[in-house]
Design a protein around this ligand. Structure first.
Ligand code: MN
Length: 740
């Protein structure tokens, strides 16, 4: 079956340029093998598509590597799958691989929402994603061929593709000055976007052209004679305006078809710039020109590099037509734009050719003129080529532009300060990531928020890159500082009160705070005391005596309490400083390490336990045991079902590891003097660190519950501790977890 490759080879030979035909042949064979058994919707073998794209690429006079990349552009299905890409690297080298990789990334880009305000960002992103602009050239060729064969696609897909072409790719071609490709893309898009309007314009063209084509031919002949007389070597071609540009003039500028003077154009191509002006003189001598229609784009090029002389004259039969006069070089730039400057000819490609182009674009940027296209061609190049922006998507498909190096937190604040302030985590392309992760071009970033979030963390100020995010976080702290400080103050007081080993309620704590506050001169109540502590205006360590006195007053020791709680305090304190307890690490969440995790207090998972993650308040992921009652119940709640995520221990059961994890042991003991000492002595023998002790009353007369927090390596370590404790006579029962 003919897939067009032979024609491609013939066309390559016909250019007379130096191409590596062997490499191109190899790329073709590889692509043919990869696409074997695949067919296009039109029924043709799939390989005919990449071959056709390669032919268009050849027409742009791009190099061997570009032709190879065009042949290979659909062989990689998935960016994550590096097998194909590695093979391509081995067979065709780094350059081809980079081009193919770039093309694959664009292909996988799902632009769902095409609101006008985002389209410019999408175009920029396409450029920013690809340092090597050849990727864009090849992509435009790919899109052109897809548009030429669009009729095979389903109706609704056609519209989508046509719309995307009209909004993104045609303007891109225009920016790059590739008029020929731009026009064809526009005409083909129009055909699917407004079939009726398209047909109407086509008919008008036919009618007008049919009636006066001969007259234009007369004018053309006359010009040819004059130029030959003047001994100027030239080529002349006639063209009619593109369907889309006529459509636009008629429908958006509301012009009558007969008012369009440049419907016909004769293009005269000469050798030198001087000859352009000579020819202009000859034309103006031979025909009457229409005033105000002369434009000199040679002395003042258009921003997209277009150079030419334009004038509109009236033919001897009364038909107006436009004459464009330019040199061969100007013509190439007009047709192929920057691609014409980008010609990579085999053998003469140098390492710094890209830098040369950048310098060239940079020099372009410096030339200011007032005729500049309003669509900021130049600005877009500045940002795109020099890569100082990153373009990422919201899950809805909106494109957000961030400065280079901006993190997930910056993204959240770029959306809205409320999103940033309520952020509890982030996902990139569906995977949970640390919130300081820097998204790449084209990533889909999703912010997980929770109304239970306590707001941003001060650490974020060190992480964020944008001043917008920094200012919004600062604003939050300014406003919310008091509440945050109150929380910090409460925590500090709690830490102190827990040392006394007797239970107390929040209300009792507030009473203590209020009382201590009054003693030190804070009369605004408990919250004022907390906030002063949180702010650092007072330190708990200087108030311990007063606090203890107030604690004993508010929560006097109960009758059943016979345990000498204070005497174990020193043990706990010293162990606490020695114990190397590692927290928030060693967990892989949804395939990611280094996530912000904390271990759920309800079940305190240890290495070896099967675990599950829950995206929770504050920020970070709370790790529960899979059989934790809270986890089991929580996963049944439909509203939060999608916040439960897969998690496992990085090192399995941490057998060889030295990291310690907190485990809570609930020990039911007989009320007996010295029972705590017995327990702590045994633990000391086992070299187990005791991190916290909480004593609770239980309804059973004669028993007390001791909740012990100890440092454990893993599940079996905890089990061996439990087994040893059970051997003690005063111990009624021991189990892991906070019990009750
Ligand atoms: Mn393709």
């Amino acid at each position: 079956m003919n897939d067009g490759f032979e024609e491609l080879v013939a066309a390559i030979r016909a250019t007379g340029r130096k191409y590596d035909l062997e490499k191109i042949q190899k790329a073709y064979e590889y692509a043919a093998k990869m696409h074997e058994g695949q067919f296009r919707l039109s029924g043709e073998p799939y390989i005919s598509h990449p071959v056709a794209v390669a032919s268009i690429v050849l027409g742009l006079e791009l190099d061997t590597d570009s032709i190879c990349a065009a042949l290979l552009h659909d062989t990689v299905e998935d960016c994550a799958d590096k097998t194909n890409l590695n093979e391509i690297r081995r067979l065709f080298g780094e350059e081809v691989t980079q081009l193919v990789d770039g093309l694959t990334k664009i292909k996988l880009l799902q632009v769902r929402d095409k609101e006008e305000e985002h389209i410019e960002n999408i175009r920029k992103m396409l450029l920013a994603m690809n340092r090597d602009i050849r990727v864009i050239f090849i992509k435009l060729c790919d899109r052109l061929h897809n548009m030429r064969t669009l009729s095979a696609k389903k109706e609704e897909r056609r519209r989508d593709i046509a719309l995307e072409t009209m909004h993104i790719y045609a303007p891109l071609a225009h920016r790059l000055g590739m008029q020929k490709i731009k026009q064809e893309l526009e005409d083909l898009s129009l055909k699917y976007l407004d079939p009726i309007g398209y047909e109407e314009v086509l008919k008008l063209i036919d009618k007008k052209y049919g009636a006066s084509a001969g007259l234009i031919e007369n004018a053309k002949k006359m010009i040819e004679e004059r130029l030959t007389e003047a001994k100027i070597p030239f080529e002349v071609e006639s063209r009619t305006k593109s369907v889309y540009s006529l459509y636009r003039k008629m429908y958006t500028q509301n012009k009558n078809f007969d008012e369009i003077y440049d419907f016909y154009a004769l293009r005269i191509i000469v050798e030198t710039e001087l000859e352009c002006y000579t020819v202009l003189g000859i034309i103006h001598e031979a025909f009457n020109s229409i005033p105000g229609r002369f434009k000199d784009y040679i002395s003042t090029p258009k921003p997209n590099l277009y150079r030419s002389l334009h004038t509109t004259v009236i033919g001897h039969d009364g038909i107006p037509f436009e004459v464009q006069i330019r040199t061969k070089e100007m013509h190439e730039v007009a047709e192929y734009g920057i691609a014409a400057h980008w010609k990579y000819k085999s053998g003469e490609k140098s390492k710094d050719s890209i830098d040369e182009k950048l310098r060239w674009i940079a020099s372009l940027l410096e030339t200011n003129d007032n005729t500049r296209d309003p669509d900021e061609f130049i600005n877009s190049f500045k940002t795109d080529i020099f890569h100082d922006e990153t373009f990422v998507f919201t899950p809805k498909g909106d494109v957000i532009s961030l400065p280079l190096g901006a993190t997930v937190i910056d993204f959240a604040y770029a959306i809205h300060s409320a999103v940033g302030n309520k952020m509890v985590g982030g996902k990139i392309n569906g995977k949970i990531v640390p919130i300081d992760r820097v998204p790449e071009n084209g990533d889909i970033v999703e912010i997980l928020t929770s109304s239970a979030s306590k707001g941003p963390s001060r650490d974020w100020l060190k992480i964020v890159k944008t001043s917008e995010a920094r200012n919004k976080i600062r604003a939050w702290f300014k406003k919310e500082k008091r509440e945050e400080n109150i929380e910090v103050g409460k925590d500090e007081l709690d830490k102190e009160l827990k040392r006394y080993g007797r239970p107390y309620t929040d209300k009792q704590r507030d009473e203590i705070a209020d009382a201590v506050g009054r003693i030190v001169g804070i009369n605004g109540g408990a919250d004022d005391f907390y906030s002063t502590i949180g702010f650092g205006g007072l330190t708990i360590s200087r108030l311990t005596k007063t606090i203890k006195t107030e604690f004993d007053r508010v929560c006097p020791p109960t009758e059943t309490e016979e345990l000498p709680a204070p005497d174990i305090t020193p043990t706990i304190v010293s162990k606490k400083t020695n114990g190397r307890v590692k927290r928030g690490s060693g967990i892989v969440v949804d395939g990611q390490t280094g996530c912000e995790v904390k271990f759920a207090k309800c079940c305190n998972p240890l290495p070896g336990d099967s675990v599950v993650g829950f995206i929770t308040r504050g920020f970070g992921i709370s790790i529960h045991k899979q059989d934790c009652p809270n986890a089991l119940a929580g996963r049944k709640i439909p509203e939060s079902a999608d916040r439960w995520v897969e998690a496992h221990w990085e090192l399995g059961d941490n057998e060889a590891g030295t990291d310690l994890f907190e485990a809570i042991l609930s020990i039911k003991v007989r009320d007996r003097i010295g029972v705590l000492a017995e327990i702590t002595t045994m633990l000391a023998e086992m070299k187990v660190s005791v991190l916290d002790v909480i004593i609770k009353q239980v309804p059973d007369k004669g028993f007390t519950m001791v909740n012990l927090t100890v440092g454990c390596r893993n599940v079996s370590h905890a089990e061996s501790i439990v087994a040893r404790l059970r051997t003690l006579e005063s111990v009624e029962s021991v189990c892991r977890g906070s019990g009750t």
